[in-house]
Write a new protein. Structure first.
Length: 1120
């Protein structure tokens, strides 16, 4: 028995519903199931035509073969990425859809493609076809009669690709571009005729950088280039329309236009056409022929290809004609190498290059503007972005682009003035600008501007006026006044802008914000505003559109951007996806009857103006309320008569910044009849900036548009579990007493609020937030103030004990040499090593260098661990007197400095300290027994600085801390002489009283006030020393020495820090360990001497659970 595949396919189509219900229509496809039903896989199957009128899916791994394939009205052929369909002639008729997740190939290929659709020809006759790529072999054809073909790339080098559109029909080819760098279009030329439409790039998604050497020939229909950067061969136009808009850039080799209309830019967006070679264009006639540059479009051509050698006319007046450049548009002459033109010479040229009625400008030529008036520049339609021009005469016609102007300037008569701010000092104007039927642009639409300041304000209260703000942050100081026919556009579809203005009084004029989105989560291209309206009354029809952020009541534009970034980093919503437009209310605002607010991320330039006397918050809008700035007022009130309307759509979000426990934040009120969706501004659409506070929305008053939010404190220790209980209680008290306010004038409240707020640290890193607060409150201990004071005190005591010890003088990393005056008045050098043999009587003067290095880690500080690395160096000077060969008494003075840097969980902290001290000491030697005692005082001054995370947006913390220590000890020794080896056990006791004076932690004010703390530390050193002398026949003496010991400690080994936040009636007490309970102490060294000369070298180690100290030191002694 033999069945054709078409017959089996028809059988499956007939019983498709039953097969689906039985779950038998699986990835093997209709043919396989039919074959199974009719007797198994062994039957022969022949290819047949297929007509598709419903959904026909070919899944991954499946392969289907037909003769002709017809996709008819209501039919869909969907081919998965790893599926394959083969046929001969493929036709997609009106209402049919063909989609391939991979490629389309038509013709004969070797090797044959293993996936996608392989046929001999494609006829698009009213349907829609889409795929990643379409390739044609020499025998392959693709004919577009009508319908839409959408591809990422097209290779028509070998086959035949053509539009064949009948009268009244249209066919569209859209090329989206590739992502792997391959050419998006391959072939000699793509012809676009009547009824044919070609789109490069999609308006909704940028196309990136796309290249091709294929030429484009437009004889009818249309060519449109959307987003992205596109490069092709020549552009030839004999008819139809070609348009470069949507922020696209099209680069071609040569332009040859003899008919049709070529438009660069749009009424609400930009575009750029770059011609790298020759230029020929038709005579301009509005709406029909020639070249028009509109909106903020730019036509860039080579100067030498367009202008003759004398610089006063076209290079070829027979093929080159004037270009119409509308206001905001630019004719950019690239590669000008001349020495410059006078303004008159330039005007002669621009009059030739620009068509009558052009209000745009010509750029790229060096022009001398010395002594020129603003009107002179306008008449020449010159763009000189860095020049400062005298504008006191005003601008009544034409267009001028300059860096800045001097003198009070009036722009009237529909003239256009662009101030780029690119002149020295970024001054836009020094005495204000008046508009009376004029156009003012702040920033350079062509790019290059970063912002500027316009002094004296803008008065646009007369006539119909337009103010554009683009490319940079532009500040209007001195007021911004408009009228009902004034429009301020901050950003547009061509790019973003930022406006900072005080004293805004628009009188019903429009104030619109709109740039395109860059990417989800990217706020870099947002248009922003920082505005203060006169009397905080919003009298503008203000629309906060797509990708826009506006703050009212503050000129700090970055504040809101920071809030949005933290909002999305907390996972509350992604910019450009979950939130699309944001409005911040920093102080109470009132809506005027002539004003309106529309926060809607779907709004784009050209949309309807905001509705007067109405506030509207759309889906995905974000309203941010600064609780501290609003205080007891209402964030947004309707006009005083209660006639305003408030509308809050589903999906609108509300975010409260700061606040106080028990506080009620009045978000809106004073409106008339209003509506709020039940899910908006509540639940997941109501958030706070800190985990220290929870917000609960009240009942919406529909009669008055009143909405209130109640704040309740959350326990700090539950939100930030690494906080100590004591610090958590202090933070809780702050929330109750002062509230959370990241911009509080109280530096302590400001610091803690920022650390605990999500727009700074907060729940984005709970451990870092807790460590930032606790580290600041224990700044002295973290910065090793106590540790450095202890090191200086013990170094000083060790130095003096060397003068009374029976062992080799040694204190960590130091060595002494004494100058002695004997009883007969003679001087000699004495090392003090004569213990056991009797002390030499008389006066001794000694000097000892001091050096210590410590590495401390893992010291417990409440719930954190910390440590430090420190080094100190100094010198000790002393004098003593010995009597009866056994009693020695003396005094010493020491001074030095050091540096410590913290490590561990807290923010990095530096301590640069200086110390000084005095000591009294004495020793008694009797035969082999020795006893030493000392008492000393050490003072320490530390300059401590703690780094702050960048997210805190504040300076580092600083503190000047003084501390001192009283130090006294007793040491006993006994020497056993075992032949040539001396064994000297020793034991001692030492008390150290350490006082850290009270200090303030500061950064723009006092952050913490820390009380004085006292520590009483006892140590009990015990150990044994070994020494042995060897002497050579030549008289050299070598004496190695070893000391081993342990130092137990008791008492206040932890430093206490009692810290208070100014203005809060509570304190936190925290403890941090600074001394280990037991320390190993060891030293190894030798002396090498002959006669009066002695050389020594020693190594010392102190080690404990959390500390190591190392030292290598030497000595050189010469005796007279």
């Amino acid at each position: 028995m033999r069945f054709t595949q078409g017959a089996l396919g028809m059988l499956v189509q007939r019983y498709r519903g039953i097969l689906k219900k039985c779950h038998m229509l699986n990835v093997l496809g209709g043919v396989a199931i039919s074959a199974f039903l009719m007797g198994g896989a062994g039957m022969a199957v022949a290819a047949a035509p297929i007509a598709i009128s419903d959904t026909h899916q070919v899944a991954d791994g499946a392969a289907e073969t037909y003769t002709t394939i017809d996709v008819n009205n209501g039919g869909t052929l969907a081919i998965a990425r790893n599926a394959k369909v083969s046929g001969s002639d493929v036709t997609v008729n009106t209402g049919g859809t063909l989609t391939s997740a991979k490629n389309l190939h038509f013709g004969s290929f070797s090797p044959e493609p293993g996936t996608g659709l392989l046929g001999s020809s494609l006829t698009l006759d009213g349907g829609a076809v889409s795929a990643q790529h379409m390739g044609l072999s020499p025998s392959g054809t693709a004919t577009l009669k009508k319908g839409m073909l959408t591809l990422n790339s097209l290779d028509m080098r070998n086959g035949t690709f053509a539009f064949n559109v009948a009268g009244g029909d249209s066919a569209t080819l859209t090329l989206l571009g590739t992502t792997d760098g391959t050419a998006f279009l391959q072939g000699t030329s793509l012809s676009i005729g009547t009824g044919s439409n070609v789109f490069l790039g999609a308006d909704s998604s940028p196309g990136g950088n796309q290249t091709s050497t294929t030429s484009l020939a437009v004889s009818g229909g249309s060519l449109q280039v959307g987003h992205g950067n596109w490069q092709t061969g020549d552009l030839t136009q004999t008819g139809g329309q070609a348009k470069v808009s949507g922020n696209a850039v099209l680069t071609v080799n040569n332009l040859d236009q003899t008919g049709g209309l070529l438009t660069v830019g749009g009424t609400t967006n930009s575009g750029k056409l770059v011609v790298n070679g020759s230029v020929a264009n038709a005579t301009y006639a509005a709406g029909s022929t020639g070249v028009a540059v509109t909106g903020t479009g730019t036509l860039q051509v080579k100067y030498d290809e367009l202008v003759n050698a004398t610089g006063d006319d076209f290079k070829d007046s027979a093929t080159q004609h004037a270009v119409n450049v509308a206001n905001g548009g630019t004719l950019l002459l690239n590669g000008y190498a001349g020495s410059g033109m006078t303004l008159a010479e330039f005007k002669t040229l621009s009059d030739k290059l620009l068509a009558a009625g052009s209000t745009g400008t010509v750029q790229g030529i060096t022009v001398s503007t010395s002594g020129a008036s603003l009107q002179d520049v306008g008449d020449a339609r010159l763009a000189t972005p860095t020049a400062v021009i005298n504008g006191s005469g005003g601008l009544a016609s034409g267009a001028a682009t300059v860096g800045g102007i001097t003198g009070a300037t009036t722009v009237s008569g529909n003239a256009a003035l662009t101030l780029t701010g690119q002149a020295s000092g970024n001054v836009l104007a020094d005495s204000g600008v008046t508009l009376n039927g004029g156009i003012l642009t702040l920033g350079n639409p062509a790019g290059g501007s970063t912002g500027g300041t316009l002094q004296g304000g803008i008065d646009a209260s007369t006539g119909t006026n337009t103010i554009n703000v683009i490319n940079g942050t532009h500040t209007v100081a001195g007021g911004l006044t408009g009228n009902a026919t004034t429009t301020v556009a901050v950003g547009s579809s061509s790019g973003s802008g930022t406006l900072v203005a005080t004293g805004v009084n628009m009188n019903g004029g429009q104030l619109n914000f709109d740039p395109p989105f860059a990417a989800a989560g990217d706020t870099s291209n947002a248009s922003m505003g920082g505005l203060t309206f006169t009397a905080n009354t919003v009298d503008a029809l203000m629309t906060v559109g797509q990708n826009s952020m506006v703050s009212l009541g503050s000129t700090d534009v970055e504040w809101l951007r920071t809030e949005v970034l933290r909002y999305q980093s907390d996972g509350k919503g992604l910019w450009g996806q979950d939130i699309t437009a944001a409005l911040a209310l920093r102080t109470p605002q009132t809506l005027s009857t002539t004003g309106g607010i529309n926060v809607d991320g779907t709004w784009v330039t050209g949309g309807a103006a905001a509705t007067a006397n109405t506030a509207h918050f759309a889906d995905k809008s974000l309203l941010v309320v600064d609780a501290a700035g609003i205080g007891n007022g209402v964030a947004l009130s309707g006009e005083t008569g209660g006639t305003s309307t408030l509308t809050v759509d589903s999906g609108a979000k509300l975010h409260i910044v700061g606040g106080q426990d028990g506080e009620t934040v009045n978000v809106t009120g004073g409106f008339g009849a209003s509506t709020k969706d039940a899910a908006s501004w509540t639940g997941s659409n109501l958030t706070t900036s800190t985990a220290l506070l929870s917000a609960t929305g009240g009942t919406f008053d529909t009669a008055h548009g009143a909405y209130r939010v109640s704040l309740k404190a959350n326990a700090a220790s539950s939100s930030f579990p690494m906080l100590s209980n004591s610090m958590g209680a202090l933070v809780d008290r702050m929330v109750v007493q002062t509230g959370v306010n990241p911009n509080s004038p109280n530096a302590g409240v400001r610091f803690v609020s920022r650390a605990m707020s999500d727009n700074y640290i907060g729940t984005t890193d709970r451990n870092k937030a807790a460590a930032t607060v606790e580290g600041a409150a224990q700044m002295a201990a973290v910065g090793a103030v106590q540790g450095s004071t202890l090191s200086a005190a013990t170094a000083a005591s060790g130095a003096v004990l060397n003068r009374t010890s029976m062992t080799l003088p040694r204190t960590d990393m130091s060595q002494a040499v004494a100058v002695r005056q004997d009883t007969d008045g003679s001087l000699s050098l004495d090392s003090g090593l004569s213990a056991g043999d009797g002390l030499k009587n008389g006066l001794g003067v000694w000097i000892m260098p001091l050096y210590q290095s410590n590495n401390v880690w893992g010291m417990k500080a409440e719930n954190f661990k910390t440590g430090y690395n420190s080094n100190l160096g100094g010198v000790a000077l002393g004098a003593d007197y010995t009597v009866n060969d056994m009693f020695r008494f003396g005094a010493a003075f020491n001074v030095g400095a050091g540096y410590a840097k913290s490590n561990g969980d807290f923010n990095s902290t530096d301590n640069r300290f200086n110390f000084w001290g005095v000591s009294l000491y004495g020793g008694w030697l009797y035969n082999n027994f020795g006893l030493s005692a000392d008492v000393g005082y050490t003072g320490n001054y530390s300059k401590v600085e703690q780094d702050m995370p960048a997210s805190m947006q504040m300076g580092n913390l600083k503190a000047d801390v003084t501390s001192h220590a009283w130090n006294t000890g007793l040491k006993a020794e006994y020497k056993f002489n075992a032949g040539a080896l001396d064994i000297i056990p020793h034991v001692g006791v030492r008390y150290l009283g350490l006082v850290t004076d009270g200090y303030d932690v500061k950064s723009g004010g006092t952050v913490f006030e820390v009380d004085e703390s006292t520590q009483s530390i006892w140590t009990f050193p015990v150990g044994v020393s070994f020494a042995k002398a060897f002497e050579t026949e030549s008289g050299w003496q070598f004496k190695p020495q070893l000391d081993l010991g342990v130092i137990p400690a008791a008492g206040d080994v932890k430093a206490k820090s009692k810290a208070r936040i100014p203005g809060v009636d509570s304190q936190a007490e925290m403890k941090m360990q600074v001394v280990d309970y037991a320390t190993f102490d060891g030293g190894l060294g030798f002396e090498l001497g002959k006669g009066d000369f002695t050389l020594g070298l020693s190594y010392n180690l102190q080690a404990s659970e959390h500390r190591t100290g190392h030292g290598v030191f030497g000595s050189l002694r010469y005796e007279f």
